[in-house]
Design a protein around this ligand. Sequence first.
Ligand code: ATR
Length: 280
Amino acid sequence: MGRNYRAQLTGVFGYPVDENPTVVMQQAAFKELGIDWRYLTILVKPSDLADAFRGLRAMNFAGINLTVPHKIEALKYVDEQALEVRLIGATNTVVNQNGRLIAYNTDGKGFVEGLRMNGVDLKGKRLAILGAGGASRAICVECALASAAELTLINRSVEKGEKLASLINEKTDCRASFIGWEGAIDVPPCDILINATSIGLYPDENCPDINYDSITPEMIVQDVIPNPADTLFLRRARERGAKTLDGLGMLVCQGAIGFKLWTGLDAPLDAMKRAIEAEQ
Ligand code: ATR
């Protein structure tokens, strides 16, 4: 019997490392479900992005992930944008649907899905979010779309924080306010506290400068930092009795959403989690 060597690919543009956590978990998912696809990392220079998109159409890629610096520029080369992409203004996942390229953004969806898996519905919840960069923007938009009641943004740069609060207020039914971040501020009253800054990402061992005594046991505390999974921020929140959720779990949920978008299949979450944990 001959073998069918038909090639189907999924790929990442803009990330130069071969063995990153996303590769590991997507390959584990393909293996678990017996799908003969490959998740590749391909470094693309910003000046080559148009050609790269022509290439992915020509080579019939099933889809791609996009990292910085391509998340905004890539919107020029897709045929359709999902609602969250139009609100966030950036994409990290593209699906090739019979030659039509559809842009999604899963950066905040992993957060919402992680909460849902832990039995938390965002409807009516009050959230306090540290940071107003790309990760925060995606999370805020998804929380608003998931009917969160109130977002309090806390950020060092006033302009970025105010801009994000305005976006949420103008484009969604959720109420957003902004607090400038100066010194060890108190956490405002909230159900969920999120670190969406880059503080604590390996090799940084610091934690956000907040008054940790203002964290209460009723709060759910989430870090977006996946590496290390158990950050100092989460450890200090647990000392206050809060329930914590880590960025690695969020990353796996995000990967599972991408997997489903490309393949149409439910992702084997346990296999993905095991693979990524084995790499830690
Ligand atoms: P990402 O895409 O990962 O969100 P980003 O867009 O560069 O990355 O955003 C990083 C966020 O972390 C920003 O909100 C940044 O605050 P500023 O807007 O004031 O720069 C925040 N951040 C990074 N280091 C920080 C620090 N030491 N203290 C407070 N905020 C910090």
